[in-house]
Ligand binder design. Structure first.
Ligand code: ADP
Ligand code: MG
Length: 719
């Protein structure tokens, strides 16, 4: 039996009542297996003595003390008991907030076992978080034993510390999980090939699971962690590997090195586009386009991730790819995360590609039946060569005549099951169905470690460098109290014919009232700050038609100052805009700040980004340490890759833009950044296994096949 087969409801656990079951369900735990996978976030070692004198060097003290005296401070209901204690090493004070009953228990002269977190205050070693237990064999406190004898309150053991939620206490979870382990753990089968368990000296599954919750020693805990981390990463890479092999059958994993390597020279349509451009490709674009051409001419469907910093010119590269697909008699689809961006792409495509005879269509969820029906007809008939839109491109009723290329722009914005739906469209093409070529684009650089996991089956192209003539954006920090100077500066830019963005964290005024919002500021900028210029407001709650009109007016230069929320974060391309003012910049994440700043610096003029921050929140908490660090990172760096690495450091891998929201990684205990070494090994093992035994038929691989059968599709890795 495998762990994920423990689907029985937790009410089968002895002693779990209805209230507990409800609390578990609220925490997302609906099965015994789910409960056992609720790994501790920490462990308290109460098995080893830590004397009071050592409180600074350990997270907690675990010792035997004698009660010296009682004292009270405060009055009335605030009256609080202080208990003076000492062990063989030092004296300390237990501050018994809300625990007056301890007066009777902790009688003067008696000995107790004590566990607690201590700190130094008012010249005393103090604790407010502690547990005590009477010591039966009195007289032992003179010399402290090395290890603490086991007891009901957890003394003498290593105790798990669980992440809690409403209705779930440490005590309850400890009891439940301990019971569940004794009822269910024994028959659990190993999920890793025996050869790997042997090679790395890992634990059998049942023991690893017991030990992760209730380890007998810190050494056993280490082994349990190692086992479970490795197991998670191994399965992650097995899924990645299987997807890679769907594209490239085993034995062909290195097609690029094969002698029939495709040349990737530009096709006639591509050449014609290049000739019509007022500029030449940057070396990075050139390189990426050639790689894509080779993929598209090659024997296997392309699956390529195109990374390039904001403004590096990815759109053009995707247009070149589209031309190759079209020239080969197929259709291309370009999907963008917002309607705003999709429309901009469609307009660009129309301007650049229609003159070459390419028939372009625009499709989003907002297009009503009257327009939609004929459009779908022409897609199925092949009267459209390239369709640009939102995820509506892949809704059920859309049928392609021959979908050959799918481009996903800002791919990190898309959710879990999209890749599957996209692939389906290729398979259900009316003419020569098959897996389409896939080009994913992202300005959010994916750190190497994550590239091995989430995108582990993709080839990667990187566009380094920006088109020539771009001047780096000058970034300035400004306190909110200096905003007047910022407005003056922007005013001079507007007077010189340039345009500006003003970005706010909120759409409308919030009740708590300390943050500026886009609506009120649009009003203020229009009436008092820049009455002589036309301003406009755009945010996600406006309807698409209104957004479209506003953006068009801004693009044409009629609107001089655009007041917005982070809707303008992705993709928007208005080269004449030279100022980006982000107010309450401390509220935005690093990747959002980088994307926003990337909206300017797209033309030949010098551009500026002002990060306006407030260092006084309602409780003086305006600027947190992380907030400060983020602003500093933005001030000192312009390279998106560096900023992404800093982001990773600040937030941890689970939080990387897009990864968390779209459920890319559902890891319980592994951390692909911290465990990068393990990850590389797991990847090598998984790929070697799949290469040698794609059907997982070898006896030692049957457990893997067994687990995979029970993995719901796309539960762990997507895109
Ligand atoms: P991103 O990579 O952020 O999606 P875009 O594709 O929006 O960047 O390109 C940014 C701007 O750079 C566009 O206005 C585009 O026309 C322009 N551009 C693209 N390639 C070049 C080039 N080789 N030389 C000059 N400008 C370019
Ligand atoms: Mg773009």
């Amino acid at each position: 039996m495998f762990l994920r087969e423990l689907t029985a409801s937790p009410d089968h656990i002895k002693g779990a009542g209805p209230a507990t079951i409800r609390a578990l369900a609220r925490a997302g735990i609906t099965s015994v297996g789910g409960l056992l996978c609720r790994y501790p976030r920490d462990w308290e070692d109460r098995s080893v003595t830590v004397p009071l004198a050592d409180f600074r060097r350990h997270p907690s003290v675990c010792t035997v003390v004698r009660v010296l005296a009682h004292d009270w401070f405060g009055f009335g209901r605030m009256k609080t008991l202080k208990v003076y204690v000492e062990d063989a090493s030092a004296r300390a004070v237990l501050v018994c907030f809300n625990r007056p009953f301890l007066e009777k228990q902790l009688t003067v002269g008696k000995q107790f076992r004590l566990w607690g977190r201590f700190f130094y205050k008012y010249g005393e070693i103090q604790s407010t978080m502690f547990e005590v237990e009477p010591l039966e064999n009195a007289g032992a406190a003179e010399t402290l034993p090395e290890t603490v004898a086991e007891s009901s309150r957890g003394f003498g053991r290593i105790l798990p510390v669980y992440p809690l939620s409403a209705g779930l206490t440490q005590g309850l979870l400890r009891k439940l999980i301990r019971t569940a382990l004794s009822q269910y753990a024994a028959p659990l089968e190993d999920e890793l090939p025996a050869a790997i368990i042997r090679r790395d000296g890992l634990l059998p599954k049942a023991r690893a699971l017991r030990a992760i919750h209730f380890p007998a020693s810190m050494e056993e805990l280490d082994l349990a962690r190692k086992t479970l981390i490795y197991e998670e990463l191994f399965y992650l890479e097995v899924l990645v590997g299987r997807r890679a092999m769907e594209r490239r059958p085993a034995g062909n994993s290195d097609a690029a090195a094969s002698p029939t390597r495709a040349s990737g020279t530009p096709a006639p349509l591509q050449r014609r586009l290049l000739e019509r451009l007022p500029f030449t490709l940057t070396p990075g674009q050139e390189e990426a386009a050639a790689e894509i051409n080779r993929d598209m001419d090659g024997p296997f469907p392309m699956a390529r991730l195109l990374q390039g910093d904001v403004g590096s010119g990815k759109t053009l590269v995707s247009f070149l790819a589209a031309l190759r697909a079209i020239e080969a008699g197929g259709q291309a689809a370009l999907m963008a995360p917002t309607e705003l961006l999709a429309r901009q792409h469609a307009e660009n495509a129309a301007a650049l590609l229609e003159p070459l005879g390419v028939r372009i269509a625009f499709l989003t969820g907002n297009i009503k039946a009257a327009g939609r029906t004929p459009l779908l007809k022409s897609l199925a008939a092949g009267d459209v060569d390239m369709v640009v839109g939102t995820h509506a491109l892949f809704s059920r009723d859309v049928v392609y005549r021959s979908l050959k290329l799918v481009v996903v722009d800002e791919q990190h914005r898309f959710g879990v099951t999209q890749r599957q739906a996209i692939m389906e469209k290729g398979h259900s093409s009316l003419v020569s169905p098959g897996m389409p070529d896939l080009l994913m684009m992202s300005a959010t650089p994916i750190p190497r470690t994550l590239a091995l996991t989430v995108f582990g089956d993709l080839d990667v192209s990187v566009i380094r460098g920006l088109p020539p003539g771009r001047k780096p954006v000058k970034t300035h920090l400004a306190r909110e109290s200096n905003e007047g100077k910022v407005y003056d500066f922007v005013g001079r830019e507007l007077a010189a014919g340039r345009q500006a963005y003003f970005v706010y964290p909120l759409i409308e005024a919030a009740d708590s009232g300390d943050l500026k919002d886009a609506e009120s500021m649009a009003e203020r900028l229009a009436t008092t700050v820049f009455p002589q210029y036309k301003t406009a407001l755009v945010h996600s709650r406006l309807d698409e038609e209104e957004k479209r009109k506003t953006m068009e007016a801004f693009r044409r230069g009629e609107v001089k100052a655009l007041v917005a929320t982070s809707v303008v974060e992705v993709g928007v391309d208005v080269p004449n805009a030279s100022c980006m003012v982000i107010e309450h910049a401390e509220r935005f994440g690093l990747s959002a700040l980088h994307q926003l700043r990337g909206r300017v610096g797209r033309g030949a003029e010098q551009s500026y980004c002002f990060l306006v921050y407030s260092d006084e929140g309602p409780d003086g908490d305006g600027l947190t340490e992380t907030g400060k660090t983020r602003l500093r990172v933005m001030l000192e760096n312009s390279d998106g890759f560096v900023i992404a690495e800093e982001d990773l450091k600040l937030r941890g891998p689970g939080q990387i833009t897009g990864i968390e929201q779209s459920g890319y990684l559902a890891l319980g205990i592994a951390d692909p950044v911290r465990d990068a070494g393990e990850l590389a090994r797991a990847r090598a093992d998984a790929f070697a296994m799949l290469e040698a035994d794609p059907g997982l038929l070898a006896p030692d691989h049957r457990c893997v096949a067994g687990v995979l059968e029970r993995v719901p599709p796309f539960s762990q890795v997507v895109m």
